[in-house]
Design a binder for this molecule. Structure first.
Ligand SMILES: Cc1cc2nc3c(=O)[nH]c(=O)nc-3n(C[C@H](O)[C@H](O)[C@H](O)COP(=O)(O)OP(=O)(O)OC[C@H]3O[C@@H](n4cnc5c(N)ncnc54)[C@H](O)[C@@H]3O)c2cc1C
Length: 436
């Protein structure tokens, strides 16, 4: 996805492009063909609503920028209500025909196993980056900055948390500044609430790993349901331990268990549920998580999950132009940079392509506005996200700088999203008009 889009942008700008694609010589467990832009699982690009949905807005921005992914998707669209679903074979064939039909594009079926020292490169090797290249990236970045599985804890929109129930406090008031001492939001549970929560967690439907995908869990990132299976009290001694915390609303009541949330972005619009990585199915997950006091009306920017997924700690490794800080002739794009999803990956490929073109042709691009879907995503992965808890992210409105003067909470949501998308479209068009 990302590689095809980057190659398209560069080739359309008149540059010579070589695409290295290891398939079909080197297979992955998920891909079935040797074609570019293969959709490995669902055939959907999700919502196409560019007024009320962040991924729909990303479609809009990509179409405005002449994206190949969007052209191929529109040409192979299937009826799917408000979603953009496609005929996967037709989609992939379209991308292949277009790219291979350009005289300045060469496709080489070869695996790349090292990070090159010269030339302009975009690495868009995805969640199933080959083992040899994974080792080369690891050697460059250090083991703690490249992950082979994601372990995603659910992320909640700040304005959907009930602040009359939760309170801000770090365990034992740890931290030098007042901000650090109040860095966590705490959701208190009584014993009956905890018992009911454990029952629901054990009963909830879980997803299985894909064929060929296996996970050996690190003890530090066990799914909560696996912890609960080990014993009913395990969570109370792990991520739900109540010690070192005093309920600001009811100082005399000692909580039996506490669920903690930690800020997930610099804007303070998103909070992750600490230590709550899970393989519960999405429907079950929302039901179980809304049993947590203070999260009864929680809206989720992303639900939890655990998958095979090679991704780097982009906030520490990449500069604002998606270049590897230690090797600036190499850009990274797509899922390997910690975005999640076909559309997000393609969008980051499109952007990396444009940034590379500008650099090669000696032009200076204005920064991508952080108020656009593309800009919000790249800002998140190259510095906006908390590097310590960085996990792959879908595009969502929590990544956007707030529009001032609008009603918070659920009731103002439609107006708020419309304001975000109106602002994004104007700013994106402005960026394109400025020569991007
Ligand atoms: C099992 C699975 C199911 C998924 N389901 C969905 C879904 O339903 N919806 C969704 O939106 N997203 C899904 N994803 C995420 C999906 O992979 C990404 O959203 C998207 O394909 C990523 O795009 P990308 O361009 O970053 O990587 P890819 O589309 O995976 O492209 C990377 C390419 O690089 C090639 N490559 C890897 N290493 C090398 C190398 N060393 N040398 C040369 N070539 C190499 C690969 O063969 C591949 O063609 C799924 C991921 C997996 C693993």
């Amino acid at each position: 996805m990302a590689g095809s889009e980057a190659a398209w942008a560069a080739a359309k700008a008149g540059l010579d492009v070589v695409i290295y694609e290891m398939r079909p010589r080197v297979a992955t467990f998920a891909h079935q063909t040797g074609k570019l832009a293969e959709m490995v699982c669902s055939n959907s690009f999700r919502s196409d609503d560019s007024e009320q949905n962040a991924v729909g807005l990303l479609h809009w921005e990509m179409r405005a920028a002449g994206s190949l992914t969007m052209e191929a998707a529109d040409a192979n669209r299937l009826p799917a209500g408000g979603a953009l679903a496609v005929d996967r074979e037709g989609f992939s064939q379209f991308v292949n025909d277009r790219l291979r039909g350009l005289p300045n594009v060469t496709v080489v079926d070869e695996e790349i196993t090292a990070l090159p020292g010269e030339g302009h490169w975009i690495f868009a090797t995805g969640p199933l980056t080959s083992e040899a290249l994974g080792r080369a990236i690891l050697a460059e970045t250090g083991a703690e900055r490249l992950a082979f599985f994601d372990a995603i804890a659910p992320i909640v929109y700040a304005d959907s948390i009930d602040m009359d129930v939760v309170w801000a406090q770090s365990r034992y008031d740890k931290g030098e500044t007042e901000e650090e001492q109040r860095a966590y939001l705490n959701c208190p549970m009584t014993k009956p609430q905890y018992e009911a929560f454990i029952d629901a967690l054990l009963a909830a439907e879980k997803t299985e790993f894909h064929d060929g995908e296996t996970a050996t869990y690190f003890d530090g990132c066990l799914p909560i349901e696996v912890m609960a299976e080990r014993g009913r009290e395990t969570l109370r001694h792990g991520p739900m331990k109540p010690v070192g915390l005093t309920n600001a609303h009811k100082p005399d009541e000692k909580a039996y268990a506490v669920v903690q949330l930690r800020r997930d972005n610099a804007l303070g619009t998103l909070f992750n549920i600490v230590g709550f990585q899970t393989k519960m199915k999405y429907g079950a997950q929302t039901q179980v998580l809304r049993m947590i006091p203070g999260l009864e009306n929680a809206q989720f920017a992303r639900l939890g999950g655990i998958h095979r997924n090679t991704f780097m700690n982009a906030p520490t490794l990449l500069d604002g132009e998606m270049r590897l800080k230690s090797r600036p002739n190499v850009r990274f794009a797509g899922q390997v940079t910690g975005v999640e999803g076909y559309v997000e990956s393609a969008a980051m490929g499109m952007l990396a392509g444009r940034l590379a073109i500008a650099e090669i042709t000696g032009r200076r691009l204005p920064p991508v506005p952080a108020t656009t879907a593309t800009g919000a995503l790249v800002t998140h992965i190259t510095g906006g996200a908390d590097a310590k808890t960085f996990q792959p992210m879908n595009v969502n409105f929590g990544l956007f700088p707030p529009v001032e003067g609008l009603k918070a909470g659920r009731r103002g949501r439609r107006d708020r999203y419309k304001a975000y998308t109106d602002r994004a479209k104007a700013d994106w068009q402005g960026w394109l008009d400025a020569g991007a």
